[in-house]
Design a protein around this ligand. Structure first.
Ligand code: DC
Length: 213
């Protein structure tokens, strides 16, 4: 069984996927984390973010794993926290635009989805990774609401980013993530659309559960 959820940054995909995975006993796969691992490795290896060739090479030889608690391991080391840093967040979207990087990550995501019952969230899960998923959702919220949520989340996690920085980052990522050569975030007729702007987490969960039941 594959439950696919796409949507922009801050729409609540991660929160809902985590709740659904527990309720329905599914493995929760955060595909953004795979691109974040590539971005972290680019930073660690001090690559220039315009050096596509080297970034592609790096993505050909990267070991990314998840454990059952959704911790993320890059080349064997737990990077769950580090991949959420401001530095990674600022470069991940352009890196995820590189077509060959996407191929590698999509292969990995498909392997994970084919060997488990999963709830998988990202930008192109309903369109590219698993277009035949059992359930396909698009989770949305206004830019202002998403910035507000992320800013609050970063404060709680002690990630130092001003409201303006979060706003700029999400606005830029929205644009970049929906203008990719391959794997753009898009709405399609066969997705179930849910707008979470004025809903509580419980209300959003109920909307998903009504469909999944
Ligand atoms: O969901 P997130 O914010 O952790 O994702 C980080 C970036 O990774 C996002 O800006 C775009 C990219 N991404 C992607 O291109 N395709 C996906 N399926 C998931 C994420």
């Amino acid at each position: 069984m594959i439950v696919a959820i796409d949507g922009p940054a801050g729409s609540g995909k991660g929160t809902i996927a985590s709740i659904l995975s527990k309720k329905l006993n599914l493995v929760n796969i955060d595909t953004g984390a795979t691109y974040r691992c590539v971005a972290l490795k680019v930073l660690r290896n001090k690559l220039n973010i315009d050096d596509k060739e080297e970034i592609i090479k790096l993505s050909n030889n990267i070991d990314i794993r998840f454990d059952i608690n959704n911790n993320v391991y890059l080349d064997g080391i737990d990077v769950t926290k580090e991949i959420r840093s401001k530095e990674v967040t600022n470069i991940v979207s352009p890196i995820s635009s590189i077509v060959e990087v996407r191929k590698n990550m999509v292969d990995l995501q498909r392997r994970l989805g084919n060997s488990n019952n999963v709830v998988m969230e990202g930008r192109d899960i309903t369109t590219v990774v698993f277009p035949n998923a059992d359930f396909k959702f698009y989770l949305d919220a206004t830019l202002e609401e998403r910035v507000k949520r992320r800013y609050k989340e970063y404060k709680e996690k002690n990630i130092e980013m001003s409201y303006e920085e979060v706003y700029e980052n999400i606005k830029n990522r929205d644009y970049n993530d929906s203008h990719k050569e391959v794997g753009s975030l898009m709405r399609t007729k066969d997705q179930i659309y849910i707008d979470s702007t004025n809903l509580t987490i419980e209300e959003v969960t109920n909307k998903f559960m009504e469909v999944l039941k």
